[in-house]
Design a protein around this ligand. Structure first.
Ligand SMILES: [Zn+2]
Length: 326
């Protein structure tokens, strides 16, 4: 089926309603300005899928949405702050059980940990990032601590192939590492519908970053996960950013092509040798905020490591920095 976005808010509402799903779009203070969370109504209570950043706006919005409702379960698709941040806060308020993958539960505990943060600065400098900018980037990461705490208690670890009820349908849990190591999508085979979370997005390509921990070749994992989803040939895709659309495989083609082009560009960029930061500057030409620079550097790093693991380039450590050359 050819890729086709559903434009009207009413159509989105109606389609989701037929799954007993309600979208809660939360504002984000970034260029990526929103995240879609979902509420699913079941006979004896509600399930929540993703919860947004822990900040005052998020808390106020959920207070309104959750009022008078029995919240049974909170399902977290991956550990990134815009999905996971308020998990512990909402769990404390509702007493709901919480499910996520073990991989991402562990990643969450790691990602804002003191030891990780103190190494981060050193790692940023090895990427060739000037000291002042590296400091700001580490500070920016640390600023997220208050937006992702308190941490929740995980009652159930989601597993590949497990079937879970969401609203009035059953979904298969599909592990699709890449955007995060433990990210899961949920697939309903009866209606050939995919809750794609951040694995497949309609307009932007999901950020694939290496941030000095976890999977050493996330782009390889991501491309493999795309092929895994391709085999479903899903019809309706409901993503965590942007509007639902039809035709998963057309979008998978576009995203795959994007990464192939980016890899080609990078090979040209590093012909005469470049640090990660230099390569990043040539790949992302527009002016980036510190927060965006973190993502751009991570994305560049992931692509360089993909090339290196493929035998397409080499990496040497010189003067405390990684240099990539063809
Ligand atoms: Zn996201």
């Amino acid at each position: 089926m050819e890729k086709q976005t559903i434009q009207s808010e009413q159509d989105i509402k109606d389609i989701l309603k037929s799954y007993q799903l309600y979208q809660v779009m939360l504002d984000l203070p970034f260029r990526l300005n929103h995240v879609n969370c979902f509420m699913a109504e079941e006979g004896d209570g509600w399930k929540i899928i993703d919860v947004g950043l822990h900040n005052a706006e998020t808390v106020a919005r959920w207070n309104k949405e959750l009022a008078q409702k029995n919240i049974k379960e909170i399902i977290i698709t991956h550990y990134h702050p815009d999905h996971f941040g308020y998990a512990g806060g909402m769990q404390a308020k509702t007493g709901a059980r919480l499910s996520m993958t073990k991989i991402d539960a562990d990643m969450a505990l790691d990602a804002w940990h003191d030891v990780f943060l103190s190494n981060l600065n050193k790692n940023y400098e090895s990427a060739g990032i000037p000291t002042g900018i590296a400091d700001d980037m580490t500070k920016n990461t640390a600023e997220f601590i208050e937006r992702v705490t308190p941490y929740p208690t995980v009652d159930h670890y989601l597993k590949e192939g497990e079937h879970i009820r969401i609203g009035n349908y059953m979904y298969k849990v599909i592990h699709t590492p890449g955007h995060s190591d433990g990210l899961v999508c949920f697939y309903n085979s009866e209606r050939n519908m995919l809750l794609s979370t951040d694995h497949i997005l309609p307009r932007i390509t999901p950020n694939i970053s290496y941030w000095f921990h976890g999977d050493p070749n996330p782009l390889k994992s991501y491309l493999h996960s795309l092929e895994k989803i391709r085999s479903l040939d899903a019809d309706l895709v409901v993503p965590s950013h942007g509007k639902p659309f039809y035709g998963a495989n057309d979008r998978i083609d576009e995203i795959t092509k994007h990464h192939e082009e980016r890899l080609d560009t990078l090979l040209r960029v590093i012909t005469n040798g470049a640090t990660i930061y230099e390569a990043c500057g040539k790949l992302f030409r527009k002016k980036l905020s510190i927060h965006e620079t973190r993502f751009a550097v991570g994305e560049t790093f992931a692509h360089l490591e993909f090339l290196r693991n493929n035998g397409d380039c080499q990496r040497v450590m010189y003067d405390g920095k990684y240099w990539y050359t063809v």
